[in-house]
Design a protein around this ligand. Structure first.
Ligand code: CTP
Length: 409
C-alpha cells in the first residue's frame, strides 16, 4: 500500500463501548498506526476528550461548528487525512445516518465527505441490532462497500444477552491490520497472505415457532479450528457461523447467523474470495409455515404435524456460480454409511473441488467430539487420514488447501 506512516481517522460514537476505543487507540499506536480522533457529542458522555487526545497524542475533534477546528482543519480535509476511517463504537444512530446519507455533525459529515474506505464496529442493544431498520441499514452499508467488524454476541451492559456487543479492541485492530494487508504481531506471513478464506461452521437453527427450532449436534469445532489454521497461514478469514459456544480465534471476522437462508446470504456477502470451505452442518429442511405465535396444545391430545420444506444448499449454490465462484471450493460430507461413495456423489452434485468426508455415525463420536477421521475425496482419488484431533486435522487440511490453491492459481 502506501509508504507513508499508517493513519486512521477514528470516530468514537456515543455508546457504553466507547471506553473500549481508548484501548483501541493504545493498541493502534503500539502497532505503529497514528490515530486522529473524532469524538461525537454523545461519545463525550462516555469518555472525555482529554483521555482520547491524551492516548492518541493528538488533538481530538469534537464538533462540526467548532470554529477553531474549522480554521485549523476543515471537515473535508479531516475526512481525507487517513488511510482508513474507523467508526467504533458505531451506534444504531450513526449507522442509520450513514445509510441515509445524513451529514449533521462532524462525525457524519466526515463519513459522507471521505474518499477513503470505512470500517465500522457496531455496538448496540441486541434488540436494536436485530431491529429490521438496523438490519436494512447494515445491508445498505455492505452494499456501499463499508467494512465491518463484529458485533460480538454476549452479555450486554444493559443486562440482556445476544449480538450487539462491540468487537474487542484486539479484533478491531486485526481488522485494521487486514486492511493494511499486514498481520497481527507474532503471526507470520504465510502462503495465504493476501488471500481471503470464507468458512461456514456450526449447525443452523430453523425456527418452528418463536420458541422452538430444528437443530443438529454440530459443535462448530472443526470449522473454528480451520479458521484458526487459515489465520496462521496468513489468510484473511471470514467465519460464517451458526449458533455455537466457542471462542472466536483472534484475527477472524465472525459473522453470526441462525438459519440456512441467513448463512447463504452471509456467504454471498463475503464474495469474492479465494477459498470457500463449507464445514457447517446446515439443516436440510425448515418448516414450511412461518409460525409467528407459539404453537399451543389444544387439549384434544391431537399431535400437530410439521410440514417441511427444503433449505437452500449453500455449497451447491456457490459451487455452481458462474460469476465469483471461488477458485477453490471445499465441501464436507457427514455420512453414517457408504462414506466414500456418498462423498463422491456430493463432489459431483455440488460442483466442489474436494470433499472432506467423515463418518458421523454415533459410534464414531465425531459429532460434538474433539477427534475426527477424514477422507479427502477428489475427482480421481481418495486419501484416508488417521484419527486426529480436530485441531490437527484443521492444520493439515489448511496446508493442503493452500497448496492446492497455489497449484491452481
Ligand atoms: N451443505 C450446504 N447447504 C446445505 C446442506 C449441505 O452448504 N443446505 C454443505 C455442507 O456444509 C457440506 C456439504 O454440503 O459441506 C455436505 O453436507 P451433508 O450434510 O453431508 O450433505 P447433504 O447435502 O445435506 O446431504 P445428505 O444430508 O442427504 O447426506
Amino acid at each position: 500500500m502506501n509508504t507513508e506512516p499508517k493513519r486512521i481517522l477514528l470516530i468514537i460514537g456515543g455508546g457504553i463501548a466507547a471506553y473500549k476505543s481508548l484501548e483501541l487507540i493504545r493498541l493502534c499506536r503500539k502497532a505503529g498506526i497514528a490515530v486522529t480522533p473524532i469524538l461525537t457529542r454523545a461519545g463525550a458522555e462516555f469518555v472525555t476528550p482529554m483521555s482520547v487526545s491524551g492516548l492518541a497524542g493528538e488533538e481530538v475533534y469534537t464538533d462540526l461548528f467548532d470554529l477553531t477546528d474549522e480554521a485549523e482543519m476543515g471537515h473535508i480535509q479531516l475526512s481525507r487525512i487517513a488511510d482508513l476511517v474507523v467508526a467504533a463504537p458505531a451506534t444504531a444512530d450513526l449507522i442509520a445516518k450513514m445509510a441515509a446519507g445524513l451529514a449533521n455533525d462532524l462525525a457524519s459529515t466526515a463519513l459522507m465527505a471521505t474518499d477513503k474506505p470505512v470500517l465500522i464496529a457496531p455496538a448496540m442493544n441486541v434488540r436494536m441490532w436485530q431491529h429490521p431498520a438496523t438490519q436494512r441499514n447494515i445491508a445498505t452499508l455492505k452494499q456501499d462497500g463499508v467494512l465491518f467488524t463484529g458485533p460480538d454476541e454476549g452479555d450486554m451492559a444493559c443486562g440482556e444477552y445476544g449480538p450487539g456487543r462491540m468487537s474487542e479492541p484486539a479484533d478491531i485492530l486485526a481488522a485494521i491490520m487486514r486492511f493494511y494487508g499486514s498481520h497481527l504481531p507474532g503471526v507470520p506471513h504465510g502462503p495465504l497472505t493476501g488471500r481471503k478464506v470464507v468458512i461456514t461452521a456450526g449447525p443452523t437453527h430453523e425456527p418452528i415457532d418463536p420458541v422452538r427450532y430444528i437443530a443438529n449436534r454440530s459443535s462448530g469445532k472443526q470449522g473454528y479450528a480451520l479458521a484458526e489454521a487459515a489465520i496462521a497461514l496468513g489468510a484473511e478469514v471470514a467465519l460464517v457461523s451458526g449458533p455455537v459456544h466457542l471462542p472466536v480465534p483472534p484475527g477472524v471476522e465472525l459473522i453470526q447467523v441462525e438459519t440456512a437462508r441467513e448463512m447463504l446470504a452471509a456467504v454471498g456477502g463475503e464474495l469474492p474470495c479465494d477459498i470457500a470451505i463449507f464445514c457447517a452442518a446446515v439443516a436440510d429442511w425448515r418448516t414450511a409455515a412461518d409460525a409467528k405465535q407459539k404453537m399451543k396444545k389444544d387439549g384434544s391430545g391431537k399431535v400437530p404435524s410439521l410440514e417441511l420444506t427444503e433449505n437452500p444448499d449453500i455449497l451447491k449454490t456457490i459451487g455452481h456460480l458462474k460469476k465469483h465462484r471461488p477458485p477453490l471450493v471445499i465441501g464436507f460430507a457427514a455420512e453414517t454409511e457408504n462414506v466414500i461413495v456418498n462423498a463422491q456423489k456430493k463432489l459431483k452434485a455440488k460442483a466442489a473441488d474436494l470433499i472432506v468426508a467423515n463418518d458421523v455415525s454415533h459410534e464414531s463420536g465425531v459429532m460434538g467430539g474433539s477427534q475426527n477421521t477424514v477422507h479427502l475425496v477428489g475427482k480421481d482419488d481418495v486419501e484416508s487420514w488417521d484419527k486426529m484431533s480436530k485441531q490437527a486435522v484443521a492444520r493439515k487440511l489448511m496446508d493442503r488447501f493452500a497448496a492446492l490453491y497455489i497449484e491452481r492459481a
